[in-house]
Structures are given as structure tokens and as C-alpha cells.
Ligand binder design. Structure first.
Ligand code: NAD
Length: 354
């Protein structure tokens, strides 16, 4: 049997825990990549995996991603992630969530969980009944940090796109700048509305074209079919739907000067960052530009524990630092010849002491 820590995705994770509860039928993996900067923070994914090894791979990769994201967002949190292995019928019971919550509690605050794919706010509220180590809970009042992270993620991406336009095109405004947006959900829709307000020319697309068309009508944008959006001739391509879209074929299709959007894990493999750079396309590393949501969710958690102000202005202040961080990455990339993703990874690794 091969030791799993020789797997390509194992990156000296501090702890990888298998959680089994025969009574409820729970099988879960909690992976803590790094607690160098603080408790490992990252959501719980509820997903049916074809093979258990796929679940392990997801937990390992996603928890490392959270270490990098939290570090680059300047948050006092490390990186962690949990996956609950759903059965083929995806049954999720209160007993399973309770057993999962007990496992999080037993880690004594080393891991702080939140929602991810397949886990709702109501599920997290149930988990919070049995453990205090939860973020992403509903908050009361418009001025409180927390709540739906989507709009905060969108705000960070909007500011990041403006920074990219300044860096690559030398323009101080997005007025007349053509942005093609893939995905018009919580994040993509928010980005589109903010850009429209500043006079950008927009083309939007979604696999649910009715959603894209409704948004286009609302903000005065054009639409493109889902299989055409990546090859639209534009200034900025903004992926806000799926991961791994920047593969050999995807990069070859691009007709833009900048890629800047919120989707997680946009580069299919590490070599795709340099490939984008070689084509002269400026890339905004995903985990740097899409940190607005995690900033909000984390400040909500820290505020509940009296470790940060509970003020939405604090969230906005920290999101406003995203463009500067991107600019630092691009400048270093320009001077070293490394691609922006390589520079960002190196910066994140230094921050977490690797
Ligand atoms: P969402 O579910 O609200 O929206 C996603 C949209 O993408 C949907 O409208 C969906 O129909 C569309 N879509 C799916 N596949 C598509 C395709 N092939 N082509 C075009 N459109 C497609 O999700 P969201 O919260 O807006 O998140 C979007 C992306 O941003 C995801 O990758 C997510 O992991 C990432 N992200 C989100 C947040 C957040 O705060 N919500 C934070 C960080 C990263």
C-alpha cells in the first residue's frame, strides 16, 4: 500500500483526520494544511465522490488553497477544509451534521468551519448548535460583518479588475473597457452590476441563459452563449462560474488582455499560469482577487469572539487592500519574469512559514 502522504497533493498538511460515525453513517475528512497564522479556516463540502481518493484529494488541495487565500488576505487564520462524503443519493441527516459538529468541536478550535458546496446556512446553524468553531452564520443588521459573502467577493473582484485595467491598459477608469463575464450568479452578477455603474462595456453569459439575459436587460449588457464567452474579443475575461477553465484549450481560445475573476482554482495545472503570461495575458491570481467573501466571513467569526471590530467598514477597509496586493504581485512578476500565480504562491508560502 502506498503511504498517502507520498501523494502529489499532500503538502506537509499538519493534520488529516478521518471521521467515521457508524450510527449516523457519517464519513468525513478534515484536513488542516497550516495553522501557522491561526486556526485552519475553510468550509465544509458535502459531495458525492466517485472514489474515496477523490475526496481526500479535494480535502488536501482545498485546505492548502485556504492557507494561501487567508494568508494573502492578511487574515489571522490558517488553512483547513472538510469534506463530508455523501452517498449516491446525497442523503444528509441532522444526525450526520451533529456527528460532524462533534468532530469539529473535538479539535478544540484548531479548525473553524463554514459553508461550502452542498452545505447551506441552515446546515451551518445546526452545526453551530454543537460547536462554537463555525463562521458564515446569519448576522443581524445591515452594518454587521458577515452574512452572504457573495457581494463582498464581487466588490473585491471589481476593485481587482480596476487595478488590472490600470496595470495592463494604463487606464484609470473602466469606462468603455470591455469585460466578458462567465457566470452571472451571486459573484458574477455583482461584478457585472458594479462594472456597469462605472460605464464598462459588458458581455455576460451563463449556462442558465435566462439568468444572463435578465441581467443583460437590467444593466444594458450584451450576451454570449456559454460555449462562446471565452473567445469573445474583449479587454478583460472574468471567470465567475467554474474552476479549471484555464487549460490548454481554454487559454488558446482567449482573446483578451486580462483574466480576472472570482472562480476558485481557475488554472487547471501549474503550467497554465506561465502559459497565460506567455500569451501576454495578465492574470489576477484567483485566491487573491476573490478573498472579499472570506474576509467578511472571518471578521464575523473574529467579531463574535471579540477579536475584531464587528463593523462592516472594517470588512470594506480590508477588501480595499486587494488591488494593492495584486499590484505588488504584478510588479514582482514584471521584474522577475515569474508568472503572477507563481509570485503569489511564493508570497503565500513565505507568509505561512513554508
Ligand atoms: P453561483 O452558484 O451563485 O453562480 C454561479 C453561476 O455560474 C450560476 O449562475 C451558474 O448557472 C453559472 N455557471 C455554471 N457553469 C457555467 C458555465 N460552464 N458557463 C457559464 N456559467 C456557468 O456561485 P457564486 O457564489 O457566484 O460563485 C461563483 C464562483 O466563484 C465559484 O467558482 C465559487 O467557488 C467562486 N467563489 C465564490 C465566492 C462567494 O463568496 N460566493 C467566494 C470565492 C469564490
Amino acid at each position: 500500500m502506498t503511504a498517502f502522504w507520498t501523494e502529489a497533493d499532500y503538502d506537509d498538511h499538519e493534520l488529516v483526520q478521518l471521521v467515521r460515525d457508524a450510527k449516523s453513517g457519517l464519513t468525513a475528512i478534515i484536513a488542516l494544511h497550516s495553522t501557522h497564522l491561526g486556526p485552519g479556516a475553510g468550509g465544509t463540502r458535502f459531495w458525492h465522490y466517485a472514489e474515496p481518493a477523490d475526496a481526500m484529494r479535494d480535502a488536501l488541495r482545498l485546505s492548502r488553497g485556504m492557507s494561501y487565500k487567508n494568508a494573502m488576505a492578511g487574515l489571522p487564520m490558517g488553512g483547513g477544509k472538510a469534506v463530508i462524503l455523501a452517498g449516491a443519493n446525497k442523503t444528509k441527516t441532522p444526525e450526520m451534521l451533529a456527528a460532524f459538529a462533534d468532530a469539529v468541536e473535538a479539535l478544540g478550535g484548531k479548525y473553524v468551519t463554514a459553508e461550502d458546496v452542498g452545505i447551506s446556512e441552515a446546515d451551518m446553524a445546526a452545526v453551530a448548535q454543537r460547536t462554537q468553531y463555525v463562521s458564515g452564520l446569519p448576522v443581524e443588521g445591515e452594518d454587521a460583518a458577515g452574512g452572504d459573502p457573495g457581494p463582498f467577493t464581487a466588490l473585491g473582484i471589481f476593485l481587482g479588475i480596476k487595478a488590472a485595467v490600470k496595470h495592463k491598459l494604463g487606464k484609470d477608469s473602466v469606462e468603455g473597457v470591455h469585460v466578458a463575464i462567465q457566470g452571472t450568479g451571486s459573484v458574477g452578477g455583482g461584478v457585472a452590476r458594479l462594472l456597469a455603474r462605472d460605464g464598462a462595456k459588458l458581455t455576460v453569459s451563463d449556462i442558465h441563459m435566462d439568468r444572463a439575459e435578465a441581467l443583460a436587460t437590467e444593466i444594458g449588457a450584451d450576451t454570449a452563449a456559454p460555449d462562446a464567452i471565452m473567445s469573445v474579443t474583449c479587454d478583460v475575461f472574468s471567470p465567475n462560474a467554474l474552476g479549471a477553465i484555464l487549460d490548454d484549450a481554454g487559454i488558446a481560445r482567449l482573446d483578451c488582455k486580462v483574466v480576472a475573476g472570482g472562480a476558485n482554482n481557475q488554472l487547471q495545472r501549474p503550467e497554465h499560469g506561465p502559459m497565460l503570461a506567455k500569451r501576454g495575458i495578465l492574470y489576477a491570481p484567483d485566491y487573491v482577487i476573490n478573498a472579499g467573501g472570506i474576509i467578511s466571513v472571518t471578521l464575523e467569526y473574529l467579531c463574535r469572539n471579540d477579536k475584531a471590530p464587528c463593523d462592516i467598514n472594517e470588512v470594506r477597509k480590508r477588501i480595499a487592500l486587494i488591488p494593492g496586493r495584486l499590484e505588488q504581485i504584478w510588479q514582482e512578476s514584471d521584474s522577475t519574469g515569474e508568472s503572477p500565480d507563481q509570485v503569489a504562491d511564493r508570497m503565500a508560502q513565505a507568509l505561512i512559514g513554508r
